[in-house]
Design a protein around this ligand. Sequence first.
Ligand SMILES: [Zn+2]
Length: 302
Amino acid sequence: MLPFTGSPLDRRSDKRNDPAWVAERLVGARILPLWQGQVLLTGSPVLKAAAVPLEVAQTLVTPQGVMVFLGLEEGDLGETRAIFAFDVSGSVDAPEMLKSFGAFHDLRTASLLLRHKDLAILSQAKGMIEWHSRNGFCPRCGAKTEVADAGTKRVCPLCGTEHFPRTDPAVIMLATYGERCLLARNVNWTPDFYSCLAGFMEPGESIEEAVRRELQEESGIAVGNVRYCASQPWPFPAALMMGCYAEAESDALTLDPTEIADAVWMTREEARALLEGQIEGRRGPIKSAIAWHLIDGWVRGR
Ligand SMILES: [Zn+2]
């Protein structure tokens, strides 16, 4: 199962619009605080999501801070507990106040060391808090929106539009040509970093069409068969990465210099060495990213 997927939570979309039911769940809930985009973690060497008591979390939530019901979880003793995310970004003292519970970390960096199910839950938490932080105003009429349904939607009090959390679909693909695959370096990446090509889907496109367009635009190659592999939520801030294999019709590259600094065709052995950090001056994607799994799968003959 891919990292960032596999959440054990039951989101209870049938009950989260009932304020009395939500208030009952809040008693004894696991509260996961997020602060300025970072998540509270504890444990070593395996990291776990750190929860804080409700009364502690409530002292740190400012009027701008949102509380989101994430779902119900079965505890170690078979009991059912609710999980909430609290945005405590407005409290400058939060890291100091919560240091007995854990420390705040960047989720992407910590993803390599986080327990699988906690990474999935925190992915949802971060995605939701990020969405709230960017949707304070109605895109339809410009009025301030209000939080509703335990933080799972926003409503515009002026025009009545309901706003639901957004996910931005993106394609990420490993292009192959015979026994070689295409790995590239984006102009915004560090000079040693090589990975799959990727890009956001545009309206009116299928996944396969987006894969073909992105590869044509960025590397100049025409693509025949496109094969969907798997998807991965990527809450930085709101992407859903849809991973594909794409069969190139030629290996002649014409790079888009505004996007791609370099691109190379690698054999299975070279791609394996890249993933294992054995090519001097070059490194591949982190193991928690779907790019790593696409390359790894192809190296293994998928
Ligand atoms: Zn509105």
